[in-house]
Design a protein around this ligand. Structure first.
Ligand code: GLA
Length: 527
């Protein structure tokens, strides 16, 4: 109603419903005539070009069926001012602020804190309902919410007092493997995991170090009468699957979170931490990614440490070596207390997507955390997108180089069963992997000069890896000056890790052309 000059708030979802209820009430003729006139007026307005009703209000969507037979639910609370929309989106798994625009009856919403290029919800107001598509593929029909419509609340559980969880002696170098989320999201199942295990072996990835095969969200079923978390129909027998993965010389990872629900809305470990840790250990799980999401409704950021400590201690108590991966997007300066809760790695940023700006944004955002990386505990700028198709080969080489330079976990996120030769040559570049896996465990930091960004990583042998990334739109000449490298003496050996050839420093410098979004990656030593 914003174009009519009338009150915008009068026409929110609840009020529209109220108006039709009055119509059906059948009081006197004058009321009916008034109502019909009003309806005609509304119909006339809605036919006028540029007309739109306000989206202001609380909207409830039942959402699709989850793979465990439960139903997803969303509450969208919107405020429209002119064509601008602000509000919140709550699902079973998470709550986020949204912002966007309305043009006529069409609207697009972005998650404010996710820095997205594409809107997360796109839809239209149709007959007083929001008909939308969420995340590019899930249909969402939202109706005006009743006051009782909400995400179910859970009782508060006080987190434990702080203590140090001892180091589990795992992840002395950044974990390597494969994770299901980036490409498969909720389409992951037992059979796909088995074929990925086979492909990790046949592609040579396992032997190159990619040993963890990690199942992300949407494997969860419901809890049984004793509170034991079961897997859903996509994973008929987790123990047998773990045995299969282990028989291939690989390790199996799984996913849960400290809140009542995972991000995708499935049961998580809130109030069942010890029980779930025992279940995971009994299945033969070797790696747990533990995702904050719905815990945010219960706990403040000041409580992140004791909440994560609870699962760290529960994993320790199982006696099974399980890599502990904290996923809370860098909240609450996790790099300062991650090791104290038994964490082996922690996310430092929001979710990566398969685009240049997201990849560069994530790695640059974690620069302040560099001093905190080291053997056993790593900063995690999120999983790899190499081979997923929306960056150029040059950009994917830069992605791999940067992850190696910052000693990030190397968790491939593509379909490794059908990799192109180019993708294989990137993920399987053993010289680049060796930079990532260097036992000194130092994280490089960048120095910027115009479009060029130079990252230097000290290595255990006294040499360095140096990467020069071209952030600009055109190819340019990059020069590496040996006096910037802080190595003990003149350059004795330098190797280009993508060209796979030794190169020569002349008068203390080496220059090469670097394409737009490309990288020059050298390993340099004074020995
Ligand atoms: C969050 C995490 C992702 C993935 C999804 C699963 O968004 O950051 O890496 O685990 O949850 O729902």
């Amino acid at each position: 109603m914003n174009d009519t000059g009338g009150s915008t708030d009068d026409y929110n979802g609840e009020k529209i419903l109220g108006r039709f209820q009055t119509l059906g009430g059948g009081r006197n003729l004058a009321t009916i005539a008034n109502s019909i006139a009003w309806l005609l007026f509304c119909l006339l307005l809605s036919a006028a070009p540029g007309y739109s009703q306000s989206l202001t209000g609380r909207w409830a969507a039942a959402g699709g069926m989850l793979d465990n037979g439960e139903q997803q639910k969303s509450i969208l609370e919107l405020k429209q001012t002119g064509s601008e929309l602000t509000g919140t989106l709550k699902t079973l798994g998470y709550s986020v602020s949204v912002k966007g625009t309305a043009t006529g009856n069409h609207f697009e919403l972005f998650v404010a804190e996710w820095n997205q290029e594409k809107p997360t919800i796109v839809g239209d107001l149709v007959d007083g309902e929001l008909h939308a598509v969420e995340g590019g593929r899930r249909n969402l029909v939202a109706k005006p919410a009743a006051t009782t419509d909400d995400i179910p609340a859970v009782p508060y559980i006080e987190p434990p007092p702080l203590h140090i969880v001892p180091y589990n002696v795992l992840a002395k170098t950044p974990p390597m493997g494969w994770n299901s989320w980036n490409l498969f999201a909720d389409r992951i199942d037992d059979q796909t995991v088995r074929t990925m295990a086979d492909a990790l072996v046949s592609s040579g990835m396992r032997d190159a170090g990619y040993s963890y095969l990690n199942i992300d969200d949407t494997w969860e079923g419901v809890r049984d009468a004793q509170g034991n978390l079961q897997s859903n129909h996509k994973f008929p027998d987790m123990k047998t699957l773990a045995d299969y993965v282990h028989s291939k010389g690989l390790k199996l990872g799984i996913y849960s979170g400290p809140g009542p629900r995972t991000c995708a809305g499935y049961p998580a470990s809130y109030g069942h931490e010890e029980q779930d840790a025992r279940t995971f250990a009994a299945w033969g799980i070797d790696y747990l990614k533990y995702d904050w999401c719905s815990a945010e409704r219960i706990y403040s950021n000041d409580q992140l440490q004791p909440v994560y400590q609870k699962m760290g201690a529960a994993l320790e108590a199982t006696g099974r070596p399980i890599v502990y991966s904290l996923c809370e997007y860098g909240l609450g300066s996790v790099e300062r207390w991650g090791p104290a809760v038994g964490g082996n790695l922690w996310r430092t940023t929001g979710d990566i997507s398969d685009e240049w700006s997201s990849m560069i944004g994530n790695v640059e955002k974690q620069v302040p955390t560099a001093p905190y990386a080291g053997p056993g505990h790593w900063n995690d700028p999120d999983m790899l997108e190499i081979g997923n198709g929306h960056m150029t080969d040059s950009e994917y080489r830069t992605h791999m180089s940067l992850w190696a330079l910052v000693a990030a976990p190397l968790l491939a996120g593509n379909d490794i069963r059908i990799m192109s030769v180019m993708t294989q040559s990137i993920l399987l570049n053993k010289e680049v992997i060796a930079i990532d896996q260097d036992p000194l465990g130092k994280q490089a930091s960048p120095v910027k000069s115009g479009d060029l960004e130079t990252w230097i990583k000290p290595l255990a042998d006294g040499g360095v890896a140096v990467g020069v990334v071209n952030l600009g739109p055109a190819g340019t000449k990059a020069t590496v000056d040996s006096s910037d490298l802080q190595i003990a003496g003149p350059v004795k050996k330098a190797r280009d890790l993508w060209a796979h050839k030794n190169v020569k420093f002349t008068n203390g410098a080496y220059s090469a052309n670097v394409p737009s979004h490309g990288v020059l990656l050298l390993r340099v030593s004074a020995k």
